[in-house]
Structures are given as C-alpha cells and as structure tokens.
Design a protein around this ligand. Structure first.
Ligand code: AMP
Length: 283
C-alpha cells in the first residue's frame, strides 16, 4: 500500500493502473475509520481491481461553530486498517494541497441540498460537493462508494455526477451498525457511556417506524409519530422527517414510493444522524 499526500504523486501512481486497464474504486472519507468505512472498502475490493481511499477532513464542509478542529483523527491507525483491508493507495492531502491560496471555485448543489441537514448546516453540501468533485477529478475512479448513513450526501453526489457528466458510477453501501443498532460514526467516539446508551433512541425510533411500514402502515404522520416516541429521549431532536427517496421533499400519505425516514439529534453536544429506507421489496 502506498500513502500519498500530493495530487501530482497520486496522478503518477494511478497512470500505471490505468495503463494496465485496472478498474479503480474510490472511497472518500474523513478518516478515523470504522467498520462502516471498511464496508465501503470491501465493496470496492469486490467490484474493482484497485481501491483508493482518501482521508481528508474537509474544512469547507464544516460551519464556523462545528467540530473541524476537534474532529477525531488517528492517521497511523487508519493507515493500518487500510493496509489490512487491501487498499492500494491512501490519499491523505493537507488542506493546502486541496485548497491552495486563491482557490475560489465551488460546486453549488441545488434543491437536494436544502432540506434535512442542509437546513441546519448552511454551506455543508456546497463544501461536500466541491471536495467530492475535486477528489473525483484527482482520482478519476471508475466507481466511487458512499454510505447510506449519509443519505442526503448520496443524493447530492449522485445528482452532481449526473449534472456535471462525471464519468463514473456511484455505489451506495448500506449503513453498518453496532450490534445494538447504533449507526457507526467517527463522531460516536465523542459519546460517554451513558450518552452512548441514550443515542440508541435514534436507531430504535427509526426501526420502530420501519417495522410499522413493513406491517403495512402508509400514513406519513403516523410513521413519524412512531419514531418520535423513541426519539423523545434524545437531548435535542434537530429533525425527524420522512422524505421521498428521490426528491427529498416531504413524502405524501399514502406512501406509494420509496421514502427515507431521516433523523438528526443531539446527544449531549454530539450531533448524530441516521436514516432508514422505507421501500417495497424488489420483485
Ligand atoms: P466520513 O468519514 O464520515 O465522511 O464518511 C466517509 C464515507 O463513509 C461516507 O460515504 C459515509 O456515508 C460512509 N459511512 C460513514 N459511516 C458509515 C456507516 N455506519 N455505514 C456505512 N457507511 C458509512
């Protein structure tokens, strides 16, 4: 495995793979890797010949009062996890490499970036779309892998790839959870033991609603109310919304199309997000 920190060096390293007609898989991350990230790596390993993982805590997707400076980092551990998982290249640029002086060109996502997290994190998806677009241009992968855990991010990135004619395939990988249901997240490390217990309300609420959906409930308000009963115990519920799986607009009763029940909640000072997809089994 190679660890590379500059765009020029990465391009040189990738030339040989391309000459050999290797299918390049790409997993963008902010590091502090867990089994969720490793599921993306595994999907890439299965579908591609070589896997590139980027580790970059992207400053442009953090708001001024968010956790950019304290975001958990452990590069040596990440490198080892990547090596053990069969990653070919770890790309770990610094902020200067990605955003050199005088950088001023951004990608501006549209309607998909407005609800849910977009409503509470102004500029977040503007930063996400910009860095993902840059990373796609730098790595030029055949396939890029994203986690369903960040459902809105997947929607924004897919839309961007279509709108900007980016020549790659986007694969969404299901959310990896702890055995008790908590969605894995680098930010889980902020949680104390009791907070960790309280955080379970999020996945419990989402699962309770998903169970009712499986039992035939199609009323949007009722599905939200079922989840809310569990989510009442979080310290602050930022949003709990049932949205159309494609447009991310509020889903309509009766549900007739795949939808996503999405939540963002604070446990202490830690903001966590999670979602479940409410969909019909494919025949
Ligand atoms: P992050 O490092 O949090 O920016 O995440 C990098 C990628 O890993 C994104 O595509 C996330 O959606 C994905 N990811 C994060 N947590 C999980 C999880 N629990 N299960 C699956 N994918 C995840």
């Amino acid at each position: 495995m190679q660890t590379i920190t500059t765009v020029a060096e990465l391009r040189r390293a990738l030339v040989n793979f391309r000459k050999a007609d290797k299918r390049v898989g790409f997993v963008p991350t902010m590091g502090y890797l867990h089994d969720g990230h490793l599921a993306l790596v595994e999907a890439s390993r299965t579908q591609c010949d070589v896997t590139v993982v980027s580790i970059f805590v992207n400053p442009t997707q953090f708001g001024p009062s968010e956790d950019l400076s304290t975001y958990p980092r452990d590069f040596l551990r990440d490198e080892k996890l990547c090596r053990d998982a069969g990653v070919a290249i770890v790309f770990a640029p610094d902020a200067q490499e990605v955003y050199p002086a005088q950088f001023e060109t951004f990608v501006e996502p549209g309607e998909l970036a407005k609800p849910l997290c977009g409503a509470f994190r102004p500029g977040h998806f503007h930063g996400v779309a910009t860095v993902v677009c840059k990373l796609f241009n730098i790595v030029q992968p055949d396939v890029a892998f994203f986690g369903q855990k960040d459902f809105q991010q997947c929607a924004v990135v897919r839309r961007m790839a279509i709108d900007l004619n980016l020549p790659l395939e986007i694969v969404t990988v299901p959310t990896v959870r702890e055995p008790d249901g908590l969605a894995m997240s680098s930010r889980n490390r902020y949680l104390g033991e009791r907070e960790r217990q309280r955080a379970l309300a999020i996945s419990r609420g989402l699962f309770a609603a998903a169970d009712e959906f499986q039992s035939g409930e199609r009323n949007v308000e009722r599905l939200i109310a079922i989840a809310k009963r569990h989510l009442e115990t979080v310290d602050r519920l930022q949003y709990l919304e049932l949205v159309d799986g494609d447009t991310l607009k509020r889903a309509e009763t009766p549900l007739r199309r795949p939808a996503a029940l999405c939540a963002a909640a604070y446990i202490g000072s830690t903001r966590l997000i999670d979602n479940v997809i409410l969909a019909w089994p494919t025949p």
